[in-house]
Design a protein around this ligand. Structure first.
Ligand code: IMP
Length: 422
């Protein structure tokens, strides 16, 4: 039995899409467990680039079945667009895509409220995909779920009740025009016809699969430091990207999980607002952005870039239970003469023992760096660990020791072939 969770170990955008794609031909099922179309998983096959937001990256391997779990929030427009995109690329979703009946639907008012709130004073720098407002309704027990699509009468009733409240808020709090309830009812009823074939009792489906000896890869979206409970709150997303989220978000119990794989980028990036102790606001930061093509796959926003933060990844290892790591984008560091690694934070003249998740200390913390020699050689064609330059091996050894993990996969370029397995 092989039931693995793959998690982003930093602030997202670690390159999970490529690693899921590489690993997925060793699994029967790939399942998403949280987040929504705020994610952007990029996969390069040959010269063609695919960006997936909602459907698990395993869909690109024809023998893999894909699951969207109850923890995911589903924007029907994004989902239908993505299904069409998959079909137009000659791949099938029939009998291969399974969507949890308990997943919540992103409604037009979620996206609108997300954008209105982001245009105000208190910004998070969200992707504007309605993620936060949808999870708010889920926990307020007002959400509309995939299963509601199966009963037109109650779906209509739920939309009407929700719209009455949301229109009140739009008008009275934000002085915004109301949304058209009839239009939304029509839109979501039409969606029902397209999605019915995918609706599944996911906990039963996955637990039966495990019982039959099938292997499952849980594909985390975003990253551990964006976790609503364990991240840099309030500058986080509204779900649990950490490994624990996989059980809640699919109905597979913790006792069935056999391994946890962390995806770690060889440096650090973040999109949106919030603390980022190793951020580089100089030429080195611009070079990382240019050389690493660090622009959001979902929003196109330039990502903030900085040196590798071993103190942060060590915390991530702890809360996720990461055992092995796939290190991504190592080639992006190749041109630097010297590379810095953050090994801890100083606060009020003392070294912090533990990663601070409160904003005040995190904003005040001063990263302490060690400087390592760069390799200044092209490594994008290297296929074996032994053939890497000695400075590169030195860098890998240093960050794994400081972050407390073992590296088992190294990515040296976007293509499937640019991958070293140790
Ligand atoms: P939301 O998830 O759209 O509500 O955005 C909340 C925060 O999470 C913002 O800082 C976003 O930039 C960030 N975020 C959401 N999804 C991703 C992702 O896939 N990669 C990186 N950051 C993300």
């Amino acid at each position: 039995m092989n039931v693995s969770i793959l998690v982003g170990s930093q602030w997202g955008d670690e390159g999970k899409g490529k690693i899921v794609d590489i690993l997925s031909d060793r699994y029967d099922i790939v399942a998403r467990y949280q987040g929504g179309a705020n994610a952007g998983h990029t996969i390069q096959i040959g010269d063609k680039q695919y960006i997936l937001h909602l459907v698990p990256s395993g869909i690109l391997r024809e023998n893999v079945q894909c699951v969207i779990g109850n923890g995911v929030v589903i924007d029907p427009h994004a989902l239908m667009e993505e299904i069409e995109f998959i079909h137009s690329n000659g791949m099938d979703t029939k009998g291969r895509l399974f969507i949890s009946q308990n997943a919540h639907l992103i409604m037009p008012y979620h996206k609108l409220l997300d954008n209105i709130q982001e245009s105000g004073e208190k910004k998070i720098g969200t992707t504007g995909r309605g993620i936060g407002p949808c999870y708010i309704d889920k926990y307020a027990r007002k959400g509309i779920r995939i299963v509601d699509l199966l009963n037109r009468k109650s779906l209509e009733e739920k939309i009407r009740v929700n719209l009455e409240e949301k229109n009140n808020i739009l008008r009275k709090v934000y002085n915004h025009e109301e949304l058209d309830v009839e239009k939304i009812i029509k839109e979501y009823t039409e969606f029902d016809e397209k999605i019915d074939q995918y609706i599944t009792d996911v906990p039963t489906f996955l637990n039966n699969a495990i019982h039959e000896g099938k292997s499952i890869l849980f594909e985390g979206a975003q990253g551990a430091l964006l976790d609503v409970d364990h991240g840099t709150y309030p500058y986080v997303t509204s779900s649990n990207p950490t490994s624990g989220g996989a059980c809640i978000g699919t109905g597979v119990p913790p006792t069935k999980i056999t391994s946890i794989i962390g995806i770690v980028k060889a440096y650090t990036t973040r999109v949106g607002l919030g603390p980022f102790p190793t951020e580089l606001l100089d030429e080195d930061g611009e070079n990382l952005r240019d050389w690493g093509a660090e622009y959001g796959a979902t929003t196109g926003r330039p990502r903030r870039c900085g040196w590798y933060d071993a103190f942060l990844v060590n915390y991530s290892r702890l809360i996720n239970g990461i055992e092995r790591v796939a290190l991504t984008k190592l080639d992006v560091l190749s041109k630097f003469k010297e590379i810095k690694v953050c090994v801890g934070y100083e606060h009020n003249g003392k070294m912090l023992k533990y990663f601070p998740t409160d904003l005040i200390r995190l904003n005040e913390a001063k990263p302490i760096f060690e400087i390592l020699p760069g390799w200044q050689k092209d490594i994008t064609g290297v296929q074996n660990y032994d053939d890497l330059p000695s400075e590169t091996k030195n860098y890998l050894g240093f960050i794994s020791e400081k972050s407390g993990f073992e590296i088992s996969i190294i990515s040296v370029g976007p293509k499937r072939s640019q991958t070293i397995e140790i």
